[in-house]
Design a binder for this molecule. Structure first.
Ligand SMILES: [Mg+2]
Length: 332
């Protein structure tokens, strides 16, 4: 079931942990309306943290990019999986520990910032950390693989299989993780979403007592929030569409759903259920013969909420995902 909030989310929660790609920007451009929605949420007292699984770009670079897109951000507002990985390493091995660093500048910076000592792949070390690093030579990867197989503890920044490169969707760090895993038989400690170190590090750095995760991906942003025990808002400006949403099993379901970041500025109502029909704001969703039917009229926001609620109830009761044939998403 979706949650509800009588207050606008930006007042009910004091920290938004914002995923970037598909939430704040898509490709090179800001999501339409995002800069204004975020500025308004901030004016109403919500802190904004921009969080990314990408370990290669230092926070200052990410902040400069956001500012260029019209979203005011400072380096301290950005938290990366590299910083979360560094925290994991400090907690386990202590400041001053020597760590083999296989990744890009952002990862090395994060280690040094936390008092760790990045060393080369041949050097004496307490652990190894890996992150997206297109310039890392294959010879170093082979050497690292052998050391992990032989017992050197391994922390990975993230397990994202894809990465939005300028030339298209490219292999992400997760592809290297899979390769190392298959060679070594070792599972790394993972810092980024959907594991909790990145979210915990965000709360620690930016502050906030009632955090809300805001993301576009069910299996990283939303699942990660659930694992860490935080409420979440799914926005539909990124990779998740109706097909994914209606098929979401319990651990992938957000607390709230909204078409875009304007959802932060509004109260959130949950549909009411009456004998298998879910109603809200003039919409009514039912499932008959396995098919989803949404009738009525109203705001698109509420359409998504009744559609998701009816589909999830059907999925839980039958184990079957609803048939979407004939369903038309309003405003698309
Ligand atoms: Mg995203």
């Amino acid at each position: 079931m979706l949650g509800s909030s009588d207050e606008a989310l930006c007042r009910a929660y004091d920290l938004a942990m914002l995923d970037l790609d598909g939430v704040v920007y898509v490709g090179g451009a800001a999501v339409p309306g995002a800069p204004a929605h975020l500025a308004s949420a901030r004016e109403q007292g919500m802190r904004l943290a921009f969080i990314t699984n990408n370990a290669s770009r230092p926070p200052g670079v990410v902040a400069a990019h956001l500012t260029e897109l019209g979203v005011e951000a400072e380096a301290a507002d950005v938290v990366t999986s590299a910083q979360a990985a560094a925290r994991v390493l400090v907690d386990r091995y202590g400041a001053g520990a020597r760590v083999v660093c296989l990744g890009a500048e952002g990862l090395q910076d994060a280690l040094e910032e936390d008092g760790l000592v990045p060393v080369g792949v041949e050097d004496d070390a307490a652990a190894i950390v890996t992150g997206y690093g297109p310039q890392v030579p294959w010879g170093d990867i082979m050497r690292a693989a052998v050391r992990v197989r032989d017992g050197l503890p391994w922390v990975a920044s993230n397990t994202d299989l894809t990465f939005p490169a300028a030339f298209g969707v490219a292999p992400g760090h997760g592809v290297l993780v899979e390769m190392l895993r298959s060679f070594t038989g070792v599972d790394p400690v993972v810092a980024g979403k959907p594991e909790r170190p990145l979210l915990d590090e965000t709360v620690r750095r930016v502050g906030g007592r009632r955090p809300l995760m805001v993301g576009d991906r069910l299996d990283t942003d939303i699942e990660g929030a659930q694992r860490a025990g935080y409420d979440s808002l799914l926005v539909l400006t990124g990779v998740t569409g109706l097909e994914d949403l209606v098929a979401a099993t319990k651990e992938l379901r957000p607390t709230f759903v909204a078409p875009d970041l304007a959802g932060l500025l509004a109260a959130q109502r949950a549909p009411s259920e009456d004998d298998g029909a879910f109603e809200l704001g003039g919409w009514r969703a039912t499932v008959g013969g396995g098919r989803l039917d949404v009738g009525g009229s109203g705001e698109p926001d509420d359409w998504w909420r009744v559609a998701a609620s009816a589909a999830w109830a059907h999925l839980d009761a039958t184990g079957e995902t609803v048939d979407l044939s004939g369903v038309e998403v309003p405003g698309r």
